[in-house]
Ligand binder design. Sequence first.
Ligand code: SF4
Ligand code: SF4
Length: 414
Amino acid sequence: MAEQFKTPMLDELEKGPWPSFISGFKRLRDDHPDKRINETANSLLGQLEHSYETRKGYWKGGTVSVFGYGSGIIPRFSEVADTFVASKEFHTVRVQPPAGNHYTTDMLRTLCDSWEKYGSGLITFHGQTGNIMFIGVDTENTQKFFDEINEYGWDLGGAGPCVRTGMSCMGAARCEMSCADEQQIHLRLMNNFTDDVHRPALPYKFKFKVSGCGNDCQNAIERSDMAILGTWRDDMKVNQTEVKNYINKKSRQYVIDNVTTRCPTNALTLNDDDTLTVDNKNCVRCMHCLNVMNKALSPGDDKGVTICIGGKRTLKIGDLMGTVVIPFKKLETEEDYESLVEFAEDIIDFWAENGLEHERTGEMIERIGIANFLDAIGVEVDPNMINHPRQSSYVRLDEWDAEAQKWFERKKAA
Ligand code: SF4
Ligand code: SF4
């Protein structure tokens, strides 16, 4: 290997009890059997140290893609390539993970082998968008790496103004709280929008995330433009024997302090005979009591999903949580799934036509108003549509009686 760059500032990041990404880079530099990877890691460490010394970043963008795709590769060219030659091109390849992040060891090993053949050996599982991030490949090998992994079934994720890589929790496959088939929802949506993932033609990014229950392990409500969250609408299931077992183990006071008094809507009553009563009409499905007493309490049988639109992180008008647009939707039959995909199409079509450049769906809704947005996507106003439980129904109160009357009539007709 050429001269090893000194890294006194980076070495500081290896101190302390935490795993250090610098130690990972050094392992690639010192221990990997492939000389090309050793040199790339050395060069990368050298450039990073230089950045820390001068307090400047030296990566610039450009255009790198693979045939037939407009997105999926994040180009990185070094501005100090003369000194740090081996990492002068250090592009990132975004690859879509399987729904629910269900991998086999064999899959992971095969992916790693391909990456070590063409790239730097550095991988992030997973980036903030949900992709597997293969970090560090030159322009020539980008196509070769993609061709190889595509051959055995992997596809690029989104980057730029397009539908982004979807995410779903492991859900029904392994989690007792699941109220939906997360993988099915994920697969149907992403398969339908494949073209919009690969060819950026939208005002900005659009993300789908699917969580099987209100615990929202995917952070869908605050991180995705269309969040699909599992829920139930009948009564929560209560196993009174397990309630008693729990009380015997933890005490009545513990249940009062940690379960009943922490219910946000006071929907739980611990009775004198050590049984638990749930006021299901007032339960907002926050999941707290089910998480604490997970043997005693479980979701009901009438399961479906809630759909929230417009969540996003910072930029411009700041963080937005998704707004409930469909309070409850059954997802059982082929038609149910088709209508979910059509609903997503309606939203994306409307936003593509009406969103300003670099404007997320949530920002567009803020600008044009929720009433106009609902009208455009053909959804009737419903008092169950809320921003915060029990606080801010966005049905205007000055027309409340009329709206409530319409809602009751729809309910009667249904
Ligand atoms: Fe389980 Fe709910 Fe988390 Fe999905 S979101 S993994 S169903 S707890
Ligand atoms: Fe209360 Fe939440 Fe339990 Fe419902 S799920 S009863 S709102 S703690």
